[in-house]
Design a protein. Structure first.
Ligand SMILES: C[S@@+](CC[C@H](N)C(=O)[O-])C[C@H]1O[C@@H](n2cnc3c(N)ncnc32)[C@H](O)[C@@H]1O
Length: 254
């Protein structure tokens, strides 16, 4: 399937994305290993929607034998620059360019929601070996931190959406259903973590979101200038402590 325009918008900001997006904590990969019942070392992993390779690099650091799949040309080019010795294939989750029963684990870091689960679930099951697993996860903002909730309201006003901070976190059943995985045996874990980054990195991270990338650049710049003023008051040393909760779902192939 051709990526939707908003999914495709990442292509325009691949370098910014690579430099500013949050990574994933070691506890996430420890949880994946616990759920799949084996270490990632020597595991055959296909990382789908790999983008610039943020998750792929961490999977490889744990010894996984990773192949990446990415639909976006610019993202794939950035990936090749960052991880020249990891194979990356152009393709998407709805029609995986991978052989039947060829992988122990399929991962989607922050990319599962771009797929059509009526197609991507059967595709994952086709490509996984019996007993293999599909792991999908997202870094979500910790909206119980007051400044993060307040910023979310400002971002929503700018991007024309409703604040995400007002919505309750989905319970396990809802999370599994929303992910289109209700027919499978799924384990869920939420992993809280933080990183402290320069103010510029924080602002670049916010504005690399797909909702920003489709807006007028001058409007975005004006918003970011106001946001810089807000955050300087909160973080006078211009070091921003971002807090995330990674929402992890691991589905076993029957
Ligand atoms: C938010 S980025 C995540 C990138 C990377 N996994 C990471 O953790 O930083 C989402 C990625 O999904 C890709 N994507 C868009 N549509 C897709 C689809 N149908 N199947 C797989 N990936 C898709 C985009 O090109 C983009 O690289």
């Amino acid at each position: 399937m051709t990526p939707t325009p908003r999914a495709h918008a990442f292509n325009t900001a691949a370098a910014q994305y690579a430099a500013s997006r949050p990574s994933y904590p070691p506890a996430l990969f420890a949880s994946v290993e616990e759920f799949i019942g084996r270490p990632l070392a020597d595991c055959r992993v296909a990382d789908i929607g790999a983008g610039t390779g943020i998750a792929t690099a961490l999977l490889r650091e744990r010894g996984a034998r990773v192949i990446a799949v990415e639909p976006g040309g610019t993202m794939a080019a950035q990936f090749r620059e960052a991880l020249p010795d990891v194979p990356v294939v152009r393709g998407d989750g709805n029609a995986l360019p991978l052989a039947d029963a060829s992988q122990d684990l399929i991962t989607y870091a922050q990319s599962w929601h771009w797929t059509d689960t009526a197609r991507s679930v059967p595709e994952a099951l086709r490509v996984l070996r019996p007993g293999g697993a599909l792991a999908v996860w997202w870094n979500t903002s910790a909206f119980d931190v007051p400044w993060i909730a307040a910023q979310d309201e400002r971002v929503a006003a700018h991007c024309g959406g409703t604040p995400r901070s007002g919505r309750p976190r989905p319970d396990d059943g809802d999370a599994v259903r929303l992910a289109g995985l209700a027919d499978l045996r799924v384990a869920r874990r939420q992993v809280r973590w933080s990183r402290t980054v320069p103010l510029d990195t924080h602002l670049a991270n916010i504005s690399s979101r797909s909702a920003f990338l489709v807006l007028d650049a001058a409007d975005n710049n004006a918003f970011l200038a106001r946001e810089r003023d807000h955050l300087r008051r909160l973080f006078p040393d211009e070091r921003v402590a971002e807090t995330y909760v990674v929402d992890l779902l691991v589905a076993a192939r029957p």
